[in-house]
Ligand binder design. Sequence first.
Ligand code: SF4
Length: 243
Amino acid sequence: MASDPWQQALVSECFLSVQGEGKLVGMPSYFIRLSGCNLRCRWCDTPYASWNPQGTQQSLSSLLDSARDSGATHVVLTGGEPMLFDIIEPLSKELRSRGMHITVETAGTIFRNANVLACDLLSLSPKLSNSTPSPNDSRDPSGAWAARHESRRINIPVLQQLLDSFPSHQLKFVVSADADIAEVHALLAQLKNWSPSNVLLMPEGVTTPSATAKAWLVDVCLKNNFRYCPRLHIELFGNVRGT
Ligand code: SF4
């Protein structure tokens, strides 16, 4: 019998940790990572939920039970791309009805509205051109994913709908060079209803950034009134699963 996508999904991992990125950095949170993504970022730090989606089928009720048993008051629905999966609607609503604060982490290419998605912080992470797989990426020998990724990674109408529908949001960008900052500005120029204090810049990489990289990013943030976004989980645990 075919599985019901509203009642179960492929889940790569669930774990209790401190939030590593964004406005709620440091907050004890229960992470539910849905497996599968419509993008293929070159530097994806969860390839087991994108390039090679792995996990086990889990039911809505088992996810609700494990979130409750974690003892956390904050839940992070992440991926992969969690907005791909219909279960996010009943899951978010049921978690909300249990009094939990819900963060949804998404690349912002798929729209679901606030009537169907319970979300207290929408963490949007639009993907810049630095995310596109290179022509010699062994994971994408035909270049099919690079083309798909490039055509999908920015969807201005969807981003605008998400910003309008979820006033409590943050826009996170992974950056490493001045060209990335120019791209951030070009993107923001096409959007309304955002403020610089909700724009967070994160250094690219899955290791602690160099002193030079950090100093460059601090300077960029000061000049633009953007927020510097550290990756606390990398500092605390390194680039390992379940953190
Ligand atoms: S959108 Fe996120 S999960 Fe998907 S490939 Fe990019 S970094 Fe990985």
